[in-house]
Design a protein around this ligand. Structure first.
Ligand SMILES: [Zn+2]
Length: 518
């Protein structure tokens, strides 16, 4: 029996205004290479770094949100190595006294311990052309936060969930865009297989690192692959080599050629990149150009704590309690589902993942009259939820409710939901009304009046139409009497078509069954 032991290292580019140690703009969207640079981030001799206060604050804010201890003193260290994208010949990082230590993040009621969170600077970017390599230093010196977990994760799925939840928290805290495709959040995993299932009897295995995973899918797939690869090695009696591997899937394989990797017949593979290097290779030493920081004081930390908003997990719990949203899955076709495992795509998850939509939802609910009986309020909430995460998403086509082009006020949306609840418009008419509200921003009762969409509830009028439809469709009536249920639906369809969807469906159903049963 092997047990997977997985730890993560996550690099996050902070969304500060300026770079980590100079006043250059932190502009990840800069189009012209080497346009956001200065002698400091180019590492010219004689220049001196100045610590970015906002970057430190955002790092500590993240630490506090992840239940970390903030040591009283912290400092920066030099990590020495040579690489063409690192002009100084060293990176300013933190090894001995990081800003945050010993925290945790809970995933499905399991505490995943966080060893530390430290701050460093990002390096430049190499662009490999056909016969030369170019270097762009715009990214050099952007504040880079590194979070290291303890090896508390035991499966690929768990690791993915951790990374997804972390991304959500970083976005709630507004410390980073944390977009993995853009490299704003980069995940490295280390995996070993332990033998024996009981913790004490466990024989720990050799650790393998997988670098630069830039999607949640890559995190999950590469771990799954690596677990199987190591299992195979161990079962055949061989030893796992301690090394760094890269993940190669169909997407990266087509853009990059890696020697020795055959990807034609597999979904993805990890490939060896280099054997493990050790910390002392870097000759870490305290950064002499920067002072020791004394930040772990109640005044400083309380100020940051006060800025931490409601976090995703708190929101989930509150939404469940306050609005009694069920955790039932929503349709896979909804375009605003979070990119996570389907098992988590409940209405609550959609609102938590789409923060803007969740906030809009709450504004809509607050527009319902106060002192409604709880039961009625819950029905309105349920209706509002359904229309927000299905029909409205269809109209938005990926745009946000916080965008300038979004014209439906929470007040109008609440009125729209009330009209449906009270049976004043059918679901078919509701679609038309919503689409009109979406394009013009008009209020729903106005639209209904102007377009003559008021529902027909007059029983005599409906009965007249039903009799007409029955006399025109003798075949369907006969089929129904023979017990064919679809014939009933067919007749209802005919009646609704005749009334352009305006007949109250319940009344139609009631009268039609009465007419058809002798
Ligand atoms: Zn600079």
């Amino acid at each position: 029996m092997y047990k997977a032991i997985v730890g993560l290292e996550v690099h996050v580019e902070l969304n500060t205004k300026s770079k980590m140690f100079c006043s250059c703009r932190n502009n990840p969207n800069a189009r012209i290479p080497n346009s956001e640079i200065c002698p400091i981030c180019l590492g010219h001799p004689g220049t001196l770094p100045v610590i970015n206060k906002e970057a430190v604050r955002k790092t500590i804010k993240t630490g506090l949100a992840l239940n970390c201890q903030i040591p009283e003193y912290s400092k920066f260290d030099r990590k020495n190595y040579f690489y063409p994208d690192l002009p100084k010949g060293y990176q300013i990082s933190q090894l001995y006294m990081p800003f945050c230590k010993t925290g945790f993040l809970e995933i499905d009621n399991k505490k995943i311990r966080i060893r530390e969170i430290h701050l460093e600077e990002d390096v430049g970017r190499l662009i490999h052309e056909k016969d030369c390599s170019l270097v762009d230093f715009n990214r050099a010196g952007i504040p880079l936060m590194e979070l290291v977990t303890e090896p508390d994760l035991n499966s690929a799925k768990e690791a993915r969930k951790f990374a997804e939840e972390l991304q959500l928290i970083l976005r709630y805290l507004n410390v980073s865009g944390a977009d993995m495709e853009k490299g704003e959040m980069r995940v490295e995993v280390n995996i070993s297989l332990a033998q024996g299932s009981k913790r004490k009897a466990q024989k720990l295995g050799t650790k393998v690192e997988i670098k630069n995973l830039n999607s949640f899918r890559a995190v999950e797939k590469s771990i799954d692959y690596e677990i199987k690869r190591q299992e195979k090695i161990l079962k055949s009696g061989k030893k796992v080599i301690q090394e760094t591997r890269g993940w190669l899937d169909e997407a990266t394989a087509s853009s990059r050629r890696v020697a020795g990797a055959r990807v034609d017949d597999v979904k993805g593979v990890t490939v060896s990149q280099r054997e493990k290097e050790y910390a002392h290779d870097y000759r870490y030493f305290p950064e002499p150009d920067l002072p020791i920081l004394h930040l772990g004081t109640p005044e400083y930390l309380n100020g940051i704590k006060a800025e931490i908003p409601e976090l995703p997990q708190q929101k989930r719990e509150r939404f469940k309690k306050e609005y009694e949203l069920d955790e039932k899955m929503v349709a896979e076709t909804s375009s605003h589902l979070p990119p996570r495992s389907a098992s988590r795509s409940s209405a609550i998850e959609v609102f938590v993942y789409n923060k803007d939509l969740g906030e809009y939802f709450e504004k809509v609910i607050s527009e319902f009259p106060p002192n409604l009986p709880r039961e009625k309020l819950l029905k309105l909430i349920k209706l509002a939820t359904n229309y927000l995460i299905t029909d409205l998403q269809g109209l938005l086509k990926g745009a946000s409710v916080s965008g300038e082009d979004f014209l439906i006020t929470p007040e109008n949306f609440a009125e729209f939901i009330t009209l449906i609840y009270e049976g004043k418009i059918s679901s078919k008419i509701a679609k038309m009304v919503l689409s009109e509200m979406f394009s013009t921003g008009a209020d729903p009762s106005h639209i209904i009046e102007e377009k003559g969409l008021v529902q027909i509830t007059d029983e005599a009028e409906i009965e007249k139409i039903i009799k007409e439809v029955i006399s025109k469709n003798p075949k369907a009536v006969e089929d129904f009497k023979k017990g064919k249920a679809h014939a009933f639906q067919f007749l209802i369809g005919q009646i609704m078509a005749q009334t352009k969807g305006k007949a109250n469906p319940q009344i139609v159903k009631d009268i039609l069954s009465k007419e058809l049963t002798p």
